[in-house]
Design a protein around this ligand. Structure first.
Ligand SMILES: *Cc1c(COP(=O)(O)O)cnc(C)c1O
Length: 443
């Protein structure tokens, strides 16, 4: 049968030898190109594609890069969205990552040619950002910072117990819980108070010879209201308990933020007398995933030298991105927190007008809305925002388009909240809506 598509299908080597595949092969590597070729040739064998269409089809099906991760526009209005990778990096941090990606002087003093302190520039930047901290250290994430504190302080003090309020036994997400984390590194929990109330007296009664430290955990993803009381760091640290007070502030604010008055920050916690503060780098600070440890110099030194610290060490990419976050231009997360509702509404109106002009009246409406910080902090705080309300059936095509857009479906409408979208991405958003609308019409 001369017309059998299986016989007319070109050979894999012949397709791979096509000059049009040279550049993608250099950029993506041969394995990804071969996989795309194999898939396209299968379609050709099945008769779904003509032999002379094969190379174009391969070019069309190649991934944009050698990672399955895609760039996504976060139009959820949740500024720190855990499922979308938490804080987007600033362009300066992205550049810093690219520079550090090759061979870099992360542990070498180029002046003397000798070994240098790893990440010295980053640590200096962190110390400069929080001058009240006697020492600073960086590990892989907030959980690692807390685990290292528990490990090192239980070894240093000989005590095993961590005294913590029952109202602060937080589940941080994805099923992980702070009490389990502490126990996993050999600490024993000494719970005090009740879910809603704890007094200084409860802590004082619990502290004894076996206490390693008192822990304050910021309830960063929930709020308890009503008949409640807790003991602030300032009171705990001045009560003469004679054990270190560790504050897990979570969100990574280094100084108070005017829009988030209830959110704890590192400098204030240290000034209030905390011996050690732990926090995440990729929440409100707006940096890469990492864990910050700030506090008394002797404690931070003990942490840094503890054998477990080596298992939590951050890589050069993180150090580079964190330094640029601290010293460079305002990163996207603090930038989003600074957006004014009026400006957001003006952007929403411009977008809605363009959608009306290009797609049709009545598709889009500019609306005022409320955004949120997200799992990264400030639970219950509504950030006044604005966005574009669209028909709900645009949600799926927007999510699966060439630049995926994730919005929020509410009340039978899809809301694209601009609080979490950079203004320079408005055109990209418009283009995505245009394409999604087109696909919907075709489908
Ligand atoms: C987010 C958070 C953590 C965990 O930090 P990761 O960086 O996600 O490991 C721990 N404690 C609090 C209070 C948090 O908010």
């Amino acid at each position: 049968m001369p017309d059998d598509p299986r016989r007319r299908t070109p050979r894999t080597d012949a397709v791979l030898a096509d000059a049009r595949l040279d550049e993608p092969t250099r950029r993506l590597g041969p394995a990804l190109v071969k996989r795309a070729v194999a898939e396209v040739l299968q379609r050709c064998r099945e008769g779904a594609l003509a032999p002379d269409e094969v190379v174009e089809a391969v070019l069309g099906s190649l991934p944009a890069g050698a990672t399955s991760l895609r760039r996504v526009l976060n139009a959820t209005g949740v500024v720190v969205h855990t499922n979308l990778g938490r804080a987007p990096l600033s362009p300066a941090a992205v550049d810093a990552v690219a520079v550090a990606a090759g061979a870099t002087d992360v542990e070498l003093d180029l002046g003397t040619g000798r070994r240098g302190r790893r990440g010295a520039g980053t640590l200096a930047a962190l110390a400069a950002a929080v001058p009240v901290a006697g020492g600073v250290h960086v590990v892989n994430n907030g959980a690692a910072a807390l685990a290292l504190a528990a490990c090192a302080l239980t070894s240093a003090t000989g005590g095993r117990e961590v005294v913590v309020s029952r109202g602060e036994l937080v589940e941080i997400g994805d099923g992980f819980r702070i009490p389990d984390l502490l126990e996993s590194v050999g600490a024993r929990l000494r719970e005090v108070g009740t879910t809603n109330r704890v007094r200084l007296r409860d802590y004082a009664d619990a502290v004894g010879p076996d206490t390693a430290f008192v822990l304050k955990v910021h309830p960063s993803n929930f709020r308890v209201e009503g008949f409640t009381s807790s003991v602030p760091v300032s009171v705990l640290s001045r009560a003469g308990l004679e054990v270190p007070v560790v504050a897990d502030i979570g969100s990574g604010l280094l100084a108070p933020h005017p829009r988030l008055p209830g959110e704890p920050d590192a400098a204030s916690a240290l000034r209030a007398g905390a011996d050690l503060v732990t926090a995440s780098g990729d929440k409100l600070l707006g940096g890469p995933q990492c864990g910050l440890l700030l506090g008394r110099g002797d404690l931070v030194d003990a942490l840094r030298r503890h054998p477990f610290a080596r298992a939590l060490r951050v890589d050069k990419l993180t150090l580079a991105a964190l330094e640029a976050t601290l010293t460079g231009p305002v990163p996207p997360v603090p930038g989003a927190l600074a957006r004014r509702p009026d400006d957001l509404l003006a952007r929403a109106r411009r977008l809605a007008d363009k959608i009306a002009a290009e797609i049709g009246d009545g598709v889009a409406r500019a609306v005022t809305t409320g955004g949120a910080v997200g799992g990264g902090g400030a639970p219950g705080v509504v950030l006044p925002s604005a966005g574009v309300s669209l028909p709900e059936d645009l949600a799926a095509p927007l999510r699966t388009g060439p630049v995926p857009v994730v919005g929020r479906v509410t009340g039978g409408r899809l809301l694209l909240d601009l609080l979490s979208v950079a203004e320079e991405d408005d055109d990209l958003l418009l283009d995505a809506v245009r394409r999604a609308h087109q696909r919907l019409g075709e489908g």
